[in-house]
Design a protein around this ligand. Structure first.
Ligand code: PLP
Length: 385
């Protein structure tokens, strides 16, 4: 039996979520904007899902804007807010996902100044660097503090969790709009939109056993947001396009299951992670990154000096074990992860990492199989390189 240990890349669809989606794929084809009974049925389903997704993060349903993915939510947050402001400054952490760094770079091409907030060697945002980024700029062009601050709630590579309420408080102090990418956090730890202090929060269904191709941006009611997709008045004018009803229903079902089962799920993941880390500590020279930070209960990023991460990944794959060499987007590029470089990890070691991300379907046997395969493969690779 293959063993899947790459849940931060994506999770399998929960069969209960599929069951909830099926009527909207098979029978109920109405457009949620139509006023007839077909349309109303679809609209009711979307409205229910909006309540379910809002409940997952303790938000109000009117604050939920459904998007096509977490990437779109991150793009909408940055570009949608920036479009309503005069060109200025955006501060982002050095360890953000590509889907946040990409729109930040796009803003830079429009003249925005991007301030990078440093992290420490445990992948935690440095509060000193944050304060520095929030000070008035000395630039001749722009003298004000950043108008937008974006820091992710949990990192997809290391699993490190940031102190978002503290960071939001600092951002708000200078009048900035605070965004947090909670794509990896939601479903693994409790996420509370009002308590986070953020004005905007990104989510994605496929990281929490929902379908791919649906996400959400939670938006504080006070915010003016320019849509990325102009069109009909969908999503209260914040995102044009006919709603992906089945996908949204799936997101809602996944969110409700997550909320109800979160405590059980994280206890399961924590137990497996402890077993995994006990095994990894026996591997000579193995480093667990961000080990001292508060981390997601399912994520372990390790490096073994002298062992090529990509070769290890391929050899494990041949044995039916799926892990990642970093974030799914960066893997295959051969470049070391920007996250590890930001943490000050040596360039060579940063290229020699594998990420193990556990999920609900994993068992202690899966973990023991991985540890045995790792021992065998590391011996093999050390003997052959
Ligand atoms: N943000 C983080 C932290 C992620 O890990 C990912 C996906 O890996 C995304 C955003 C993008 O989400 P999506 O795959 O739904 O576009």
């Amino acid at each position: 039996m293959p063993v899947y240990l790459d849940h931060n890349a994506t999770t399998p669809l929960d069969p209960r979520v599929l069951e909830a989606m099926m009527p909207y794929l098979r029978d109920h084809h109405g457009n949620a904007s139509s006023v007839h009974s077909y349309g109303r049925l679809a609209r009711n389903a979307v409205d229910q899902a909006r309540e379910q997704v809002a409940a997952l993060v303790n938000a109000q349903s009117t604050q939920v804007v459904f998007t096509g993915c977490g990437t779109e939510a991150n793009n909408l947050a940055l570009k949608g807010v920036a479009a309503r402001l005069a060109v200025g400054r955006v501060a982002v952490s050095a360890v953000e996902h590509a889907s946040l760094l990409g729109p930040a770079r796009a803003l830079e091409r429009q003249g925005w100044i991007i301030d990078t907030i440093a992290v420490d060697d445990q992948c935690r945002v440095s509060m000193a660097s944050l304060s520095e980024a929030l000070e008035d700029a000395s630039s001749d062009v722009i003298k004000a503090a950043p108008q937008i601050v974006s820091v992710m709630m949990a990192n997809n590579e290391t699993g490190a969790i940031q102190d978002i309420p503290a960071i939001s408080a600092q951002a708000r102090r200078v009048g900035a709009i605070m965004h947090t990418d909670a794509v990896q956090a939601a479903g693994k730890i409790p996420v509370d939109f009002p308590a986070s202090g953020a004005h905007l929060m990104s989510l994605s269904a496929h990281k929490l056993y929902g379908p791919k191709g649906v996400g959400a941006l939670i938006v504080d009611k006070s915010l003016e947001l320019e849509p990325l997709l102009h069109g009909g008045g969908h999503e209260m004018g914040r995102r044009g396009g006919t709603e992906n009803v089945a996908g949204i229903v799936g997101f809602g079902a996944a969110a409700e299951l997550t909320l109800n089962e979160l405590a059980v799920r994280s206890a399961h993941l924590r137990k497996l992670r402890d077993l995994l880390e006990a095994g990894l500590r026996e591997l000579p020279g193995a480093v667990i990154f961000a080990e001292c930070a508060e981390r997601l209960p399912n994520t372990v990023l390790i490096g073994v000096p002298g062992i090529d991460g990509e070769a290890l990944l391929m050899n494990l794959d041949r044995k039916g074990i799926a892990v990642s060499s970093g974030s799914a987007c960066a893997s295959g590029s051969g470049e070391p992860s920007h996250v590890l470089l930001a943490m000050g990890v040596d360039f060579e070691l940063a290229r020699r990492v594998i990420r193990i991300s556990l999920g609900q379907g994993n068992t202690p046997e899966d973990v023991l199989r991985l540890i045995a395969a790792l021992c065998e493969q590391i011996d093999y690779l050390q003997a052959h390189t």
